[in-house]
Design a protein around this ligand. Structure first.
Ligand code: MN
Length: 329
């Protein structure tokens, strides 16, 4: 079993610092929010008093139940912190902020580090961190950091970490549902996380309007050559009174199509702008497809933004996806 080595540099940095700014990524989901909150709660248990969890975008409705979610700030505090810790992301751009007032910077993340980011002044001046694309969730890394710091898990920490891992493993269904993910989940349940309560809050809690939007979107379902795709337009958002927050999980539906290797969700985000979510059932590396359009992510789950009319965008992207699929044969 592959296990991440937790850098002693990071542990020392945490031990020696007293004020922490913890920041997740824009458009946050369970891993970003849960990992950030768990880290904050763990540091509190270590006696750290000055901790601020920051998120550029609001906490999604179905994650507001997470312990301490209401303490998350959206505006950067004016004061300077000892350390800023980026969680579930590895670049300034992904945080949605331009700068932070902090003497040191650290990262706890499981996304592939883009070559450009590795060269950025932000990254080269990094004080400590862990970036392990082999980890199923940033939550798993936070779990290890807290364990290495000898923080005793309680229900609030366990609930946040369980939610983080639950989301990033697709409810323990994806290929990253490793022995490590499941063992960690087991520890978290023992420490007080309640699987049904957490699943109910996250998965069985869709606003009525959101399901109406899903209905309109599913009517656009198409498939060709092992690729299945759906589209949500701005008209659909208007008709149902919804926003992009209501279609977070939509890409899961084309992936369910029998015979589909690649699933794509096209979401209109302006006159001639589309935000894409790409998913793979395993054969195709969709991060590479997303990268060719300036995006990124994981091998099996990635995203990018493409401009043009819907037809143009779909033609461009489907062409690249078809080529990627052919190369696997
Ligand atoms: Mn994550």
């Amino acid at each position: 079993m592959k296990t991440t080595k937790i850098s002693s540099k990071l542990l020392n940095l945490i031990k020696q610092s007293s004020s922490f700014l913890i920041v997740g990524h824009i458009n946050p989901e369970g891993d970003s929010i849960g990992s950030s909150l768990a880290l904050a709660l763990g540091l509190k248990k270590l006696g750290k008093k000055d901790i601020c969890v920051l998120s550029k975008d609001p906490v999604p409705e179905n994650l507001k139940f997470l312990p301490w979610a209401r303490t998350i700030k959206r505006r950067r505090p004016a004061r300077e912190f000892d350390v800023v810790v980026l969680v579930d992301c590895n670049s300034m751009e992904r945080t949605g902020f331009e700068t932070f007032r902090a003497r040191k910077t650290a990262i706890i993340d499981h996304h592939v580090l883009p070559a450009e980011t590795a060269k950025s002044p932000f990254y080269t001046s990094l004080s400590a961190g862990i970036i392990d694309p082999g980890a199923a969730a940033a939550g798993l890394l936070v779990f290890k950091v807290l364990k290495a710091l000898k923080v005793e898990l309680d229900k609030t920490i366990a609930t946040n970490l369980y939610a983080a891992i639950l989301i990033d493993t697709g409810g323990f269904r994806y290929s990253n549902s490793s022995p490590e993910s499941l063992k960690t989940a087991c520890h978290l349940v023992e420490a007080g996380a309640s699987p049904w309560n957490i699943s109910k809050e996250i998965f069985e809690n869709i606003p009525f309007r959101g399901l109406k939007l899903l209905g309109l979107t599913l009517a656009t379902l198409e498939r060709k050559d092992g690729i299945a795709w759906i589209t949500t337009t701005e008209d659909m958002f208007r008709e149902t009174g919804t926003t992009s927050e209501d279609c977070e999980e939509f890409v899961d539906f084309p992936r369910k199509v029998k015979g589909a290797e690649v699933a794509i969700f096209f979401r209109q985000a302006g006159e001639n702008v589309y935000k894409l979510s790409l998913r793979s059932k395993g054969k195709v590396n969709v991060r590479k497809i997303a990268k060719s359009f300036g995006g990124g992510g994981h091998d099996a789950a990635a995203g990018c933004k493409v401009t043009g009319s819907l037809k143009e965008v779909q033609n461009k992207v489907l062409k690249v996806a078809r080529k990627a699929l052919k190369e696997t044969k």
